[in-house]
Design a protein around this ligand. Structure first.
Ligand code: AMP
Length: 283
C-alpha cells in the first residue's frame, strides 16, 4: 500500500492506473477505522481494480465546542488495518493540502436547504464542511466510484445531490450500516462512551426497530410515532436530539405513510456524545 500526502502524488498514481484501463474506487474517512470503514473498503475492492482511502479529520465540518481536538487519531493502527485489505493507496493530506489559503478563505460547496435540516439544525455549517471537503477529495482523486456509509444517511443523500448538481462523474454507492452484536452502529465516537453509557447506547437502534415494527403493523400517525420514539429514548436514559420519519428518496417529511419507502432518522446524546442512526422501512 502506497501512502501519499499531496494531490500531485494522487493524480499521478490514479492517472497511471486509469491509463492502464483500471477502475478506481474511493473511500473517504476521518480515520480511527473500524469494521464499518473496512466494509466500505471491501465493497470498493469488489467494484474496482484499485481502492484509494483517505484519512483526514476535516476541521471545517466541526463546529465551535465540538470534538475536533479530541477526535481519535490512530494513523499507525489504521495503516496496519488497511494493509490487510485490498487498498492500493492511502491519502493522508494535511490542512495545507486541503485548504491552501486557510479553511475560512476556502471556496465552499453548499447544498442548500437539505444541509439545514435534521443533523444540520443542531450542527449548523457541519454539512457545508462535509460537502466542501468531499468535493475537494473527489476532484483530487477523480475516482470512478465513491463509497459512503448509509449510517450517515443525510450525508450520503447530500453527497449524491452534490455529485448530481455539479455534474461530477463518480458513481456514488451507499453501503449498509455495520453494527456491533448488540445493534449499536459502529462509530469512531463510540469510544467516547463510558461503560454505563455504552450499555445504554443500543437503545437508539432498538428505538428505530420498534418504530419500524409499528409502521409495518399499520400505524399511520407519523408525529405520534416520532413522539413515542423520543419518549422511548428518554426512558432508556438518552437525550434525544431528533427523531424524524421521512421519505427515503427525498428526505421530505410526511404526515402519513403513502406507500413510498421511508427512513427513520435519529440523533441522541449520551452525556456529551452525540450518536446517530437510521433505519429504512420498505413499503
Ligand atoms: P467517518 O470516518 O466517520 O467520517 O466515516 C467514513 C465513512 O464510513 C462514511 O461514509 C461513513 O458513513 C462510513 N461509516 C461510518 N460508520 C459506518 C458503519 N457503522 N457502517 C458503515 N459505514 C460506516
Amino acid at each position: 500500500m502506497i501512502t501519499a500526502r499531496t494531490a500531485q502524488e494522487i493524480h499521478s498514481w490514479v492517472r497511471r492506473w486509469k491509463s492502464a484501463g483500471q477502475r478506481v474506487a474511493f473511500v473517504p474517512t476521518m480515520g480511527n477505522l473500524h469494521q464499518g470503514h473496512l466494509e466500505l473498503c471491501r465493497q470498493a475492492a469488489i467494484k474496482a481494480d484499485r481502492v484509494v482511502v483517505s484519512i483526514y479529520v476535516n476541521p471545517l465540518q466541526f463546529g465551535e465546542g465540538e470534538d475536533f481536538e479530541q477526535y481519535p487519531r490512530t494513523l499507525e493502527q489504521d495503516r496496519l488495518r488497511l494493509t490487510r485489505e485490498s487498498v492500493s493507496l492511502l491519502f493522508t493530506p494535511t490542512d495545507e493540502v486541503i485548504y491552501p489559503h486557510g479553511k475560512r478563505a476556502s471556496t465552499q460547496v453548499v447544498v442548500p436547504e437539505l444541509s439545514d435540516i435534521l443533523c444540520g439544525s443542531s450542527r449548523p455549517r457541519h454539512f457545508i464542511g462535509v460537502t466542501t471537503v468531499v468535493a475537494k477529495l473527489l476532484n483530487i482523486v477523480q475516482p470512478d466510484v465513491v463509497l459512503l456509509g448509509e449510517k450517515d444517511f443525510q450525508q450520503l443523500y447530500l453527497i449524491r445531490r452534490m455529485v448530481e448538481d455539479l455534474f461530477m462523474s463518480p458513481q456514488v454507492i451507499g453501503v449498509p450500516t455495520v453494527r456491533e452484536a448488540d445493534g449499536l452502529a459502529m462509530s469512531s465516537r463510540n469510544s467516547y462512551l463510558d461503560a454505563e453509557q455504552r450499555a445504554r447506547a443500543p437503545a437508539l437502534y432498538r428505538c428505530l426497530r420498534r418504530l419500524r415494527e409499528r409502521l409495518q403493523a399499520g400505524e399511520r400517525d407519523i408525529a405520534a410515532l416520532e413522539q413515542q420514539g423520543r419518549e422511548y429514548l428518554t426512558a432508556a436514559g438518552l437525550r434525544p436530539d431528533y427523531i424524524s420519519i421521512r421519505k427515503a428518496a427525498s428526505l421530505a417529511p410526511l404526515r402519513e405513510p403513502d406507500g413510498e419507502e421511508l427512513v427513520i432518522l435519529a440523533a441522541a446524546y449520551l452525556g456529551e456524545t452525540r450518536l446517530i442512526d437510521n433505519l429504512r422501512v420498505m413499503p
